[in-house]
Design a binder for this molecule. Structure first.
Ligand code: SF4
Ligand code: SF4
Length: 435
């Protein structure tokens, strides 16, 4: 694609980067076929190619965002299916991240939208605030139907519906600690305990620590790590996202320099995609660029890390058929497709894959709150495809997908690591009858 940025515009490193991306796009439109919003809405402006044109027009003309571009960029799930499909290697992720930051700086959203976004950015990245909000949401649940009637309050209704019926207790594993390897230590890793996941389902980190330590891995939950920043990054709140990234980079760098780290293990693929991008996000920060690049190299999804280990034979015969849902951030963001399925199969599960596995379930961070109608359509399509596999349960590697799919599915939805932990001597997951 030809571009006409001026030398002055290109002096801005963000514009320079976006220009390189735009020039790679050859308008072929292959990406439209796999874009969930195009598939759902059928509007070219809700396709990757359409959004790329809108972003080009906005950046090239150096103009503030307007309602049209905000509407179509807000509808993008950042699922990155377009990047998997694109034959020209267009980095849509970095382009849309830049567009979102530009929107945040130049566009004044309606009051209700601003209020909701500020609330989500204030609550979600902080486990204590999120836990308190979930308790309140339980009380507010009966009012969800009332809010449905007012378009500006629909996100609030979506939020109330997503809140679990009961909030699990805080796990001891959420606090900074070193969990010793059983027997001789083979490796040492840091575990990102995360923000929303640690509150919604602490059993995921518990299962990870339990399995890794049994396999001879020392697991450190370092002091100072926190939310990865993905939730606010996708809202265009660049400074807040970079502050989270710096805090984590510093925490993990201290750990690398003290005890040494073989990997930074992540159990939510949405977080993994962002942490693997820290090197890019902090490339212009002279104090953090090199450290962030090192962190991104060490970042591994838990299944990616487990696939590098020699596993013993499983200790239970699960005799269960599992539908594996590959989160977008897993398959498109991190290109991890084989390892979770291979691990489940080796552990004794029969693995089925749903039709349209490349399509997003509609969770996408805060998307299921901000865009409840599109999100619900994608969720129902996903749930139907998962149910059609005939499997007894669903396994996936991202808490957002677990919450989204479980809100409509009849079958239980668990994290892949919970099944692996069980198969190799840990507890049976609660969602399938464990205690
Ligand atoms: S990230 Fe997903 S929703 Fe957004 S343009 Fe690409 S395929 Fe479409
Ligand atoms: S597939 Fe790639 S090159 Fe083709 S229109 Fe989409 S982004 Fe552009």
């Amino acid at each position: 694609m030809q571009t006409t940025f001026t030398a002055e515009q290109l002096a801005d490193p963000h514009v320079e980067e976006s220009e390189k991306i735009l020039r790679k796009c050859v308008h072929c439109g292959f990406c439209t076929a796999t874009c969930p919003t195009y598939v759902t809405l059928g509007n070219e402006l809700d396709s990757p190619r359409g959004r790329i044109y809108l972003i080009k027009d906005m950046l090239e003309n150096g103009r503030p965002a307007d309602e049209q571009i905000v509407t179509h960029i807000d509808r993008c799930l950042s699922c990155l299916a377009c990047m998997t499909t694109c034959p020209s290697g267009v980095n849509y992720m970095h382009l849309v991240d830049h567009a979102r930051a530009h929107i945040e700086k130049t566009y004044k959203r309606p009051l209700a939208d601003r209020w909701l976004r500020s609330l989500l950015a204030f609550v979600l990245p902080h486990p204590a605030r999120f836990r308190a909000a979930l308790q309140l949401a339980r009380l507010g649940r009966p009012f969800a139907k009332l809010f449905d009637g007012v378009p500006t309050l629909r996100p609030l209704a979506a939020m109330l519906r997503l809140a679990p019926g009961s909030v699990p207790g805080r796990s001891r594993n959420a606090s900074p600690a070193t969990h010793k390897a059983a027997g001789a230590r083979k490796r040492r890793v840091a575990l990102l305990t995360g923000c929303a996941q640690a509150v919604l389902d602490p059993g995921i980190n518990d299962a990870t620590i339990s399995l890794l330590t049994r396999l001879g891995i020392e697991v450190v939950v370092p002091k100072g790590e926190g939310c990865c920043g993905a939730l606010v990054h996708h809202m265009g709140r660049e400074e807040q996202a970079l502050a989270s990234a710096r805090q984590n980079v510093d925490a993990w760098t201290r750990e690398m320099e003290n005890g040494g780290l073989d990997a930074i293990v992540i159990t939510a693929s949405g977080c993994g995609t962002t942490i693997k991008d820290y090197g890019f996000m902090l490339r212009l920060d002279p104090d953090h660029a090199d450290k962030a690049a090192r962190v991104s190299e060490l970042a591994k999804d838990v299944t990616e890390f487990l696939a590098t280990l020699e596993l013993p034979p499983p200790t239970v015969k699960p005799d269960l058929t599992v539908a594996y849902h590959s989160a977008c951030s897993m398959q498109h963001g991190q290109k991890i497709t084989r390892q979770p399925k291979d691990l489940l199969q080796k552990a004794g599960f029969t693995v089925k894959e749903p039709r349209e596995g490349h399509l997003c379930c509609g969770s996408a961070g805060t998307y299921n709150i901000m865009q409840p109608e599109i999100s619900a359509q994608l969720r129902d399509r996903k749930v139907k495809n998962l149910a059609a596999t005939g499997a007894a349960l669903v396994a996936t590697g991202n808490i957002g997908c677990i919450t989204q799919i479980a809100s409509a599915a009849v079958m239980p939805v668990v994290h892949t690591i919970e099944l692996l932990d069980w198969a190799y001597g840990g507890k049976r997951p609660k969602a399938i009858g464990g205690v």
